[in-house]
Design a protein around this ligand. Structure first.
Ligand code: GBH
Length: 488
């Protein structure tokens, strides 16, 4: 009798990182204590009307004071790494125009040491949207080339104080989202938008997102070259960048729609990865934007030669891309010239690309994980990759009980299916070295405030009590099923 073989768990490489991700503004709290300077998000969230529920990150989940408790949760899940970000304004309250805040250094030293004590490797972002407000006030932050000196200086301080123990550095989290939302739609600080996109009054500069992006790319390059010339030999770590990555599926088999999906990737993601890895903007951007696209000087290009050690991928969802360059389109996301002439839509013939969720931009399309990883692998010559975020959000419906939130089987289905397709990409040769679930805890979800919960643990925002959801228990089991491979 032919025995049906037991289905094998998907295979992840040895030393694969299983972790959870977080960020300073969404987690820390202690927003104006222990010497911390105010950040752009402190200012922004305190302005009426910016955050859906009128909340802010003053306390958030107070990880500043609860980090030991949170480390116990991570240990219990069997995680071997933790992705978090350093608050720039906590280290340098006035950027390079003031002192290093030693209380901030001490805090992250304690966090890093406690992680390593449990065999959990720190995976550290230098910025996750929040920057010292001082830089905005002095010279308009990302709009000025001066920011490159600030970022280089800040990165140097972090490498110097933490680099003996931190072996994975991320310069920026989702600079594509920061540039689009900060300078095109204006829904993130510094709330700058062009009239054709948002409802704000900062003029009509279609170039601002491009200028901000340019200065971010050069700031990234400055930090990487500082790391390489001053620290990497002795500290032996690696450094990369994290982008938000959407899988864009051509809405039809026509070559027009296939080109549209390519343009979508170029204008959304390759916008940052191409210059960093190839030293030039994507060809489609050059063709469409011409001289509106900032140019790299010889000196810039020299600095950018440093490249990166890994690509961090935040992947949650897929969309269809439909051609709007050769065909007429209605108004919609992606359609304009500065976005690359494609329509981004979740629907084809009225049917969504994946199961809908309570989060308006999140569709469950696990195949997109395999496709985006394979796309990045092929375009960037299989540069080592990490899935730096993947996760599932639910509305904080006031009529739901805690029990409803704890029974998060939809999150389990989401993660399980995305991890399956990640394993498939890996089995076909993609060099992916880790997966970080967004997020360890429910937390401050930017302009949605506390109305959306992404955690594997429920947080009671009154008491700050953390409770594992079903997904936490499932993730622990999942990791342990692969633990012969994932060793610390
Ligand atoms: C990530 O942001 C963040 O890194 C993290 O801090 C955040 O908490 C997490 O994801 C969950 O949201 O319709 O143009 O907006 C992702 C923010 C929102 C960016 C959805 C991409 C989809 C396309 N993302 N957006 S769009």
């Amino acid at each position: 009798i032919a025995m049906k073989s037991k289905p094998q768990p998907p295979v992840f490489p040895s030393n694969f990182f299983f972790g959870t991700a977080s960020s300073s503004y969404q987690y820390e709290g202690a927003f104006s204590s222990y010497g911390k300077g105010l950040s752009n998000w402190d200012i922004f969230s305190h302005e009426a009307g910016n955050i859906l529920d009128g909340s802010n990150g003053d306390i958030a989940v107070d990880q500043y004071h609860h980090y030991l408790e949170d480390l116990d949760l991570m240990e219990d899940l069997g995680l071997n790494s933790y992705r978090f970000s350093i608050s720039w304004a906590r280290i340098l309250p006035k950027g390079r125009f003031g002192n290093v805040n030693m209380a901030g250094i001490k805090h992250y030293n304690k966090l890093i040491d406690a992680l390593l004590h449990k065999g959990i490797y720190p995976f550290v972002s230098l910025t996750h949207y929040d920057i010292p407000q001082e830089l905005e006030d002095r010279y308009g932050a990302w709009l000025s080339p001066k920011v490159q000196d600030d970022f280089r200086y800040y990165a140097d301080v972090c490498f110097k104080y933490f680099g003996d123990r931190v072996k994975y550095w991320v310069t920026f989290n989702e600079p594509n989202v920061a540039a689009i939302r900060g300078y095109r739609s204006g829904i993130y600080p510094p709330s700058r938008c062009s009239a054709s996109f948002g409802n704000c009054s900062t003029g009509d500069s279609l170039e601002e997102p491009l200028i901000a992006a340019h200065n971010i790319i050069l700031s990234h390059a400055a930090a990487v070259s500082t790391y390489q010339t001053k620290y990497q030999k002795t500290q032996g770590g690696s450094i990369g960048i994290v982008v938000n990555a959407i899988w864009f599926e051509p809405i039809s088999n026509s070559s027009k729609d296939k080109l549209a999906a390519e343009r979508a990737q170029s204008f959304y993601m390759n916008w940052f990865l191409d210059p960093i890895i190839f030293g030039r903007y994507p060809v489609e951007m050059q063709q469409i934007l011409g001289s509106q696209l900032p140019a790299f000087s010889r000196k810039d290009l020299n600095k950018m030669k440093s490249g990166i050690d890994f690509i961090g991928i935040n992947h949650y969802t897929s969309f269809y891309a439909k051609d709007c360059m050769y065909s007429q389109c209605e108004q919609g996301p992606g359609v304009s010239r500065s976005e690359g002439y494609y329509l981004r839509t979740a629907f084809k013939d009225g049917i969504p690309i994946g199961v809908t969720t309570e989060v308006d931009w999140l569709y469950v399309h696990p195949l997109g994980m395999e496709k985006i990883v394979t796309y990045i692998k092929e375009r960037y010559n299989n540069t080592p990759m990490f899935i730096t975020e993947n996760g599932y959000g639910e509305l904080n419906n006031p009529n739901s009980s805690v029990k409803d939130f704890l029974n998060d089987y939809r999150r389990v289905e989401y993660m399980n299916s995305y991890l399956d397709f990640l394993a498939l990409a890996i089995s076909k040769g993609a060099d992916v070295r880790g997966y970080f679930a967004w997020s360890l805890l429910d937390n401050f979800e930017w302009i949605s405030g506390y109305t959306v919960r992404f955690g594997l643990h429920h947080v009671d925002y009154g008491t700050l009590e953390r409770t594992p959801k079903i997904s936490a228990i499932w993730f622990k089991q999942f990791i342990s099923n692969h633990s012969n491979l994932a060793s610390t």
